[in-house]
Design a protein around this ligand. Sequence first.
Ligand SMILES: Cc1ncc(COP(=O)(O)O)c(C=O)c1O
Length: 344
Amino acid sequence: MKPTRSFASDNNAGIHPKVLEAIAAANQGHVVGYGDDPYTGAAVDKFKQHFGSDIDVFIAFNGTAANCLGLKALTESYHAVICAEGAHIYTDECGAPEKFTGCKLIPIATTDGKLTMESVSHAYHGIGDQHHVQPRVISITQATEMGTVYKPKEIRDLARFAHQRSMFLHMDGARIANAAVSLGLTLREATRDLGVDVLSFGGTKNGAMGAEAVIFFHKEFSRDFLYVRKQGMQLASKMRFICAQFDALFTDDLWRKNAEHSNEMAAMLEKEIRKVPNIKIVCPVEANGVFAEIPRQAIAKLQKRYFFYVWSEEQSLVRWMCSFDTTEEDVKEFASFVRRTVTE
Ligand SMILES: Cc1ncc(COP(=O)(O)O)c(C=O)c1O
């Protein structure tokens, strides 16, 4: 039977065959646990080749943890984290960032998932007032939860805004690979060089099985992170199997190929969907997701055959994501099913 592929999430895809091979290849004999092994050493070296030798990298199991612990390293509980109202840390982490950091999250309304200096400046107040939380971090998601991608200048501006006010810029890079290829930048150019201080680096949506990392571009914040990670229950005993995955993604630019492919499939899906009447694509398609307002009555009919998430019931807004393994045939079949369903 043909395997089914939906457009629900890049997390619904499997593992890239080369990543799976790397896991199998690492499954030889015994190595020391908890990161003192050659596989972890090799992956960390590759992170350093991409981001610079003076970084600190810590492996984590999932993106929620990478975000929570990265934010914890930057904050005290009386601080605040400014983020978009649709940010994963605000809407999809069950309050874990608040629990782990003790900080208040200040959500900012956006139309396209992006913070701006102007919007952030409204949340920057109460400085030095003992009754107010103190803004400490601006957290952005790249690519955003709306499938858009911050332009380099937009990130530089936010970094400057933060740094001029003794704040820091955190990036949720669950889809940083998609964003970097969309911008035609290297991973470093898309993050560190723009002023990002701490990066949650996502491997899972890029073809890994569960491989994320927290990357510090300034060691002053990572000083105690070994303990923060362990308390945060993210110290992997068999770390070699996570690191073998990163090694595979960094070999022969697999990370780039996977991201390029999923972005291309989203662009193709956008093109096909734009031909369907009564559907409005609400945000520029700049990474691997398409956000569309569709006729309300079509949702349930479409979902009978293809599972996907409704992003806003009120707006009848749905999200369709492409993955490293989405094929042109998948896109065409899905788009023609959407057309038939919407126009019947
Ligand atoms: C923007 C964003 N950040 C972080 C994550 C990481 O989530 P998880 O904890 O499920 O790995 C996701 C996953 O959906 C995401 O979309």
